[in-house]
Design a protein around this ligand. Sequence first.
Ligand SMILES: *Cc1c(COP(=O)(O)O)cnc(C)c1O
Length: 337
Amino acid sequence: MQMIDFRSDTVTRPTTAMLKVMNAAELGDDVFDDDPTVDRLEALVAETLGKESSMFVPSGTQSNLAALMTHCARGDEYIVGQQAHTYLFEGGGGATLGGIQPQPIDQEPDGTLDLGKLAKLIKPDDYHYARTRLLCLENTTWGKVLPQEYLAKAKAFANEHGLALHLDGARIFNAAVEQEVSAAEIAAPFDSVSVCLSKGLGCPIGSVLAGSADFVKEARRWRKMLGGGMRQSGILAAAGIHALENHVDRLAEDHANASLLADGLAAIEGIDIGSAQTNMVFPNITEHKITGLAEHLKQHGILIMDPIAGSLRLVTHLDVDASDIRTAIEVFSEYLG
Ligand SMILES: *Cc1c(COP(=O)(O)O)cnc(C)c1O
């Protein structure tokens, strides 16, 4: 049975067209800097994000870590959302491998970090304190799009306080499509931007870190040290190029499917739900109903991640279509109704 998989947008399988371009990719050895397909991908991402340069990396985690280590030295500090992936879900790599202290702060309900609160967290220039060097934002964050005006304010704030500004833009294209702006407009205020190819864009592997030529040159040293130097990686870069050319505009379908799912679930008694956030839906389900839900869904061909504190996260992507959404609503309704 073909499962309907809502666990994440990372679960997509390469399409036949993607496999075809991967198979035909012109290859070299990227550690020797002579893989033409990786070069093409890096040029394409740099251009798409309006940055001078970019580098292809195996994962978003490595991309964010290389960015942290390029912006900050041992004993420096970065400010980051308490609910942000970089702080919460990357194993504490900045602290462990970079000697960089995180200064987490709760995200506001709209996903932003309150700049007034941030100002109080910046340490004075005094040897009792770590040196605050970097502000790290995430867009989309838990499916939410950060408002463009906020990004401009964050940039002014970073300038005022002498901080570098990094974007974990794992899902920057979801944010772009949702707002009908270019990814470059979102990336513009940031010194560095990390983008995942392996989420909604549908690649099997890969992320890209973009920034100035000097920044990326330095980040490449960290990538090598972190074990991210890859050889005939053009085979993966080809998938990335294909995804950027074919899978960006279609993210609107994922957002429409998430809305369809949110509306369908909202009509079921026992489910409490806000609106869909880009390609994510976060239903809250009555406690006594949630036990056994995942198992019931699985028996009916639907995969979800285990609920956290009564809250589910359902993610739409390339391998889920509108008819899958209708099936899912029926199965949820059957169990909860
Ligand atoms: C998935 C994700 C990452 C990291 O990606 P991996 O490739 O899984 O290491 C970083 N940030 C956000 C917001 C993500 O969703």
